[in-house]
Design a protein around this ligand. Sequence first.
Ligand SMILES: Cc1ncc(C[n+]2csc(CCOP(=O)(O)OP(=O)(O)O)c2C)c(N)n1
Ligand SMILES: *[C@@H]1O[C@H](CO)[C@@H](O)[C@H](O)[C@H]1NC(C)=O
Ligand SMILES: *[C@@H]1O[C@H](CO)[C@@H](O)[C@H](O)[C@H]1NC(C)=O
Ligand SMILES: *[C@@H]1O[C@H](CO)[C@@H](O)[C@H](O)[C@H]1NC(C)=O
Ligand SMILES: *[C@@H]1O[C@H](CO)[C@@H](O)[C@H](O)[C@H]1NC(C)=O
Ligand SMILES: *[C@@H]1O[C@H](CO)[C@@H](O)[C@H](O)[C@H]1NC(C)=O
Ligand SMILES: [Mg+2]
Length: 811
Amino acid sequence: SCLCIYSFHIWVEFMFINNVNQCQWIRQKFETPGIMQFTSAEKRTLLARLIRSTRFEDFLARKWSSEKRFGLEGCEVLIPALKTIIDKSSAAGIDSVIMGMPHRGRLNVLANVIRKDLDQIFCQFDPKLEAADEGSGDVKYHLGMYHERINRETDKNITLSLVANPSHLEAVDPVVQGKTKAEQFYRGDTQGKKVMSILMHGDAAFAGQGVVYETFHLSELPSYTTNGTIHVVVNNQIGFTTDPRVARSSPYPTDVARVVNAPIFHVNADDPEAVMYVCRVAAEWRATFNKDVVIDLVCYRRFGHNEMDEPMFTQPLMYKQIHRQEHVLKKYSEKLIAEGVVTLQEFEEEVAKYDKICEEAYTSSKDEKILHIRHWLDSPWPDFFTAQGEPKSMSCLPTGLDEEVLQHIGQIASSVPLEGFNIHPGVSRILRGRADLVKSRQMDWALGEYIAFGSLLKDGIHVRLSGQDVERGTFSHRHHVLHDQEVDKRICVPMNHLWENQASYTVCNSSLSEYGVVGFELGFAMANPNALILWEAQFGDFHNTAQCIIDQFISSGQAKWVRNNGIVLLLPHGMEGMGPEHSSARPERFLQMTKDDPDHIPVYFDVQQLYECNWIVVNCSTPANYCHVLRRQILLPFRKPLIIFTPKSLLRHPDARSGFDDLAKGTKFKRLIPDEGPASQSPGQVKRVIFCAGKVYYELAKERKQQNLDRDVAIIRLEQISPFPFDLVSEEVEKYGNAELIWCQEEHKNMGYYDYVRPRFLTVVANKKPIWYVGRDPAAAPATGNKSTHLNELRKFMDTLAQRLAAMFST
Ligand SMILES: Cc1ncc(C[n+]2csc(CCOP(=O)(O)OP(=O)(O)O)c2C)c(N)n1
Ligand SMILES: *[C@@H]1O[C@H](CO)[C@@H](O)[C@H](O)[C@H]1NC(C)=O
Ligand SMILES: *[C@@H]1O[C@H](CO)[C@@H](O)[C@H](O)[C@H]1NC(C)=O
Ligand SMILES: *[C@@H]1O[C@H](CO)[C@@H](O)[C@H](O)[C@H]1NC(C)=O
Ligand SMILES: *[C@@H]1O[C@H](CO)[C@@H](O)[C@H](O)[C@H]1NC(C)=O
Ligand SMILES: *[C@@H]1O[C@H](CO)[C@@H](O)[C@H](O)[C@H]1NC(C)=O
Ligand SMILES: [Mg+2]
């Protein structure tokens, strides 16, 4: 019913599209008699491309018969298919194509679509090759690529990039979309007429991986759309050893695309002309309607999953048939010879020509002794790195601001810059509260964030904040988008009314997805170093739905692909009695994945220490420090992911305020906040030093006051947890030389920061002193769901602390 079969080799699903024009357009493309005609020149180009695709795999198979390469045999037509899409899109005005793809045929795409130098590909098969760059590197079929070249068919320049990806299938999809959106955004390509993306998929992964669905659902959202993506599925009707009938519950692997009304073109990959036709139509569809489209290349996999694999173990009959299949190149060349389009001699010459190219590249690849992963960057930032100094020479980065900047941002943050705009009385009250704070030269959390964003915008840094309900803020503290109470959809974003030549601010409530949206923002942050890209979790707990992006890209991306990324994750965290799933952002997970050595005190701190780490983990206790760390992120001469555990109740805590002086010119982010009260006046007298992070500080300070221990107990806040501020902790430990050391956290003992900080503290004191733990007992769930248990735990926590403090009089 929804399927129309044309010419036996093409069948199209489109009748579910609820737009008459679009349906008519497709019908006309397939039902007009004689429309599927090709000139001799077009046929010859197609044959030449098929020769390259086929002979490339043959060459690799001959030279390295026992190496994994995930060859394209059985779907050689993928190369001419992609080239057709790119030709047609280039003709329609596209000059930048960003691609994402899995393992199968990737080397072939690098060689024959992106046109990476063949010797650079071949040299990677050499086991003696040495790496020129720091980091762990990655296998050859994961690396990315960026290449500018002339498109021969259109004579126009085109930039092609392939985004590096992990083994995790489909994880790169939202990353490609984010990078594409960013390039469109920074070029002012609001209609997607210059920059586009192509995503390739395997049949099993396309049907099975949920992130595919999440990515489709971003495709029409204003702040996430790339105005149409062309999807190409290499449908070899098998996933590793598994048949489709046990791998999916839908008739086609492509059914997921129906949710966004994308037309789906199924085509027999053994009919190269049918494939070319379908690819042309898909490119025209994208250029005409700027919507997603799917090409399903129905093919087979000639060998096993990889070159080492035996398919006859599991699919004996299927593979007997596959072995009888004639190669598509043989069939198509015979057809063209019979038609008189080429002669046998011309065909053989073309084959010999390409084989010679391969041989020559093979010879010169032997000269390559060093692998420069840097040459495989998908997003080079040439101007950024050359403009920066040596990180070693930088010890401090003042991130303070002029008083007039603070005042100006404060004033806009507490007003409505549009005339006759009717805001909600509740919001009005919040804005008045902000105005009062500004008058008294103070800031709360929301204002600290406002100042960070606003001041960066002033310096031309684009700021983008994305995530569920971020416009208002989950805890209703932010209100970056004001809604007119009388006029439907009339909104005001005061942050975009700060200065005349400011950069623009994007704040967008996302779809209810973490995996897809975090991947998207990571991709967005890849495009431009001079931008602050933030993703905020609704509650920190939910980030683990995006765990794959965090593990595979954020924590290890630079080590694998020498690629910087400055994405910021804001993760609301705190044990406030809201149950097991609205409490913990799982700091222990992030800390476990940081690479700083617990047993060695590094030689460099501050900027150099940040340069060496894989990401930065902070838990700020004051709005000013939060503002500083966001500004530092951009002032650094490199980019590192930044993970911030952000407060919930602290947002409104009357003590959790900062003065404008804390952000004055010359001030900077404090990696550690020392005790500044009476205890610090006579440190020799101090009996206990409590180290902590975040909100728990305010509870500790209250308890200390109640017990009248201000002279005896010092409380020190660790604001940058990782990389660990060994130098500053060391100073504090020496200063309070007679004191017992305590680590206090509100999280359970097997969670939070304890496991991370303990060995580092012991390294600081050279194992000469213990560090005592005060906090909740170990547990399986991060927090209890029972209110009275929560209150009991809290009481017990404070009691233990009180005992620990009081105990000093007896020692
Ligand atoms: C998320 C994830 N799960 C499992 C794997 C292991 N794996 C690698 S390839 C593959 C089969 C993929 O089949 P398909 O998507 O049809 O691609 P094909 O290899 O057939 O081209 C599997 C299960 C993986 N790489 N990623
Ligand atoms: C392509 O780019 C090169 C280098 O950027 C430039 O010199 C050339 O003029 C461009 N060609 C076209 C056709 O735009
Ligand atoms: C591209 O997407 C934007 C944002 O949703 C939309 O405003 C614009 O109309 C789209 N362009 C086309 C040509 O569809
Ligand atoms: C975004 O979400 C907030 C709730 O946090 C809501 O008030 C606002 O209207 C939403 N904005 C849009 C454009 O959907
Ligand atoms: C980190 O900060 C959060 C929010 O301010 C707080 O709830 C949490 O207790 C802090 N972590 C530690 C170990 O103190
Ligand atoms: C909650 O915990 C209290 C004790 O802390 C216990 O008496 C009560 O039964 C618990 N309630 C539920 C519903 O588990
Ligand atoms: Mg498959």
